[in-house]
Design a protein around this ligand. Structure first.
Ligand SMILES: [Zn+2]
Length: 483
């Protein structure tokens, strides 16, 4: 979340072992959805009265009328709308030992059939073991992309990070990340420029994407020139739209070079919000955004994180609070280190800064900056909910000025294309992996219908409304019995 520079209070307890309380039957019937409206999220067209056959985990036939296999499970799609499954491109499902038990069903209940994990406290082997079980269907969950190989300067902003303080260390770390089989390298906030540049170069050499935070001491233009592929969070865009970006970076570098106290370093970073508000320049911003767009730098905005700083929290008895473990609810209710680290001045500025972020976000979208809808959901991030928060993020995009179709694009079409998944590209078409959501209303007219899918198909497996409701009931029951 915030700049990533603040040392986490998370305990360094050794995390291991997956105890999933549910398991899927890996063999399942073929599925046929009859007489449905298929939504093309890319160009906003709807093809009516289609019958869609799913065999195994693939869409194998789409036509107006045909006789499906007698053994297939049939769903009446009359008056319903079929879209590709949603992606949340920035989550943390491995921040505590049993987190997937809650996270996986919450994603499926919200039609999210793919998530990219951006930083984990579980060993990579355990993450990969869960990923494999999801792929074979022995565990029911969204498709997982393991992108949490975060690399930071010592001592590291979070426990368990890869650490690099020199270009040589950066190269070594990339070799290890490649060896361990991560999907990408994630740069983090406190890397110095020389180390970061070596990290970017080594990533490219290894054929790995470099995504993550633009380090606090590196300019956005430098990161683009270094070949940064993905940028997590949005704050560095308004900062690059400030005529004072160089000055802010210079000030931080100078402080770190003279080994200033941690508090001073944080104070310098915290002072940036005011400076950006005073020096944000629209003409400069348009030039920066054109550069970001033409570089194809994919931004995962996580705008919903702002709710935390606005104090925009659900009440303790809100329905979504009843679905998460009581220990998590309790931890979220305690004053957070991130809030404690905020000075009064920063708190006072939060509202204005958030408004500026949103204004800049709309400009970025209009400039063609590729956006990957992202929530930063994690048990470790207060009030950012698996599942719910991605839909909150999409609603926010619409509130800011995107059309429902444009918002939906950032969660369906853009992610699988950026991840270069051969079997998925955000279209409902023959040969594609069957990750689909069946909705009661046309999502191009409003996203409310995403809150309660009629059915979700994940990796070819049908979850009808009863199955989805049962998942919610199980989570509520489990949360109650753990109280
Ligand atoms: Zn995150």
């Amino acid at each position: 979340m915030i700049g990533g520079a603040i040392k986490s209070t998370i305990s360094r307890a050794i995390l291991c072992c997956v105890y999933l309380t549910f398991a899927a039957d890996s063999a399942h019937a073929d599925v046929v959805i009859e007489n449905v409206n298929i939504v093309d999220v890319e160009n906003g067209e709807i093809t009516e009265h289609q019958t869609v056959l799913i065999e195994g985990n693939r869409i194998t036939r789409i036509a107006e009328r045909f006789e499906p296999p007698v053994t297939a499970e049939r769903i009446d799609g009359e008056g319903k709308f079929l879209i590709p499954g949603l992606w949340d491109s920035h989550v943390h499902i491995f921040s505590s030992p049993n987190e997937p038990d809650t996270a996986l069903p919450l994603y499926l209940m919200h039609g999210i059939t793919g998530v990219r994990d951006m930083g984990a406290l579980w060993p990579i082997e355990d993450q990969q073991a869960l990923q494999a079980k999801i792929e074979t269907g022995t565990v029911l969950g969204p498709r997982l992309i393991l992108s949490g190989a975060w690399v930071d300067a010592r001592p590291g902003s979070w426990p368990g990070m890869f650490l690099a303080d020199t270009p040589a260390e950066a190269r070594k770390v990339v070799a290890q990340i490649e060896e361990e089989g991560w999907a990408a390298v994630k740069s983090y906030s406190m890397l110095d420029e020389a180390t970061y540049l070596a990290l970017a170069e080594a990533s490219e050499g290894a054929g790995l994407r470099i995504v993550g935070h633009i380090p606090e001491r590196v300019g956005l233009e430098t990161a683009i020139a270094a070949g940064q592929d993905g940028m997590e969070h949005f704050g560095r865009i308004p900062m690059a739209c400030s005529t004072a970006e160089d000055r802010m970076i210079g000030e931080l570098r100078a402080a770190m070079e003279r080994e200033a106290a941690r508090e001073e370093v944080f104070a310098i970073m915290a002072s940036r919000n005011r400076i950006i508000l005073e020096s944000w320049d629209e003409q400069l911003c348009l030039r920066v955004l054109a550069q970001v767009a033409s570089a194809g730098l994919h931004v995962s905005p996580t705008l919903v994180v702002a709710d935390f700083y606005l104090g925009n929290w659900p009440s303790a008895d809100a329905p979504r609070m009843q679905l998460i473990p009581p220990q998590v609810r309790e931890a979220w209710g305690r004053p957070d280190f991130r809030l404690q680290a905020m000075t009064d001045e920063v708190r006072g500025l939060a509202q204005e800064s958030i408004a500026l972020d949103r204004k800049t976000f709309l400009l970025a979208h209009r400039a063609g900056v590729p956006i990957l809808a992202s929530s930063d959901a994690s048990f470790a991030n207060p009030y950012l909910f698996h599942g719910f928060s991605l839909l909150d993020e999409l609603d926010l995009y619409v509130e800011i000025g995107l059309t429902p179709r444009e918002a939906l694009y950032t969660a369906t079409v853009a992610p699988p294309r950026f991840f270069e998944l051969g079997d998925q590209d955000g279209t409902v078409a023959i040969g594609r992996r069957a990750d689909l959501v069946l909705l009661d209303a046309n999502p191009l007219e409003g996203l409310e219908t995403l809150r309660e899918p009629h059915a979700v198909i994940v990796n070819g497996r049908l979850l009808d409304s009863e199955a989805l409701a049962a998942m919610g009931a199980d989570l509520r029951e489990k949360a109650r019995s753990d109280e």
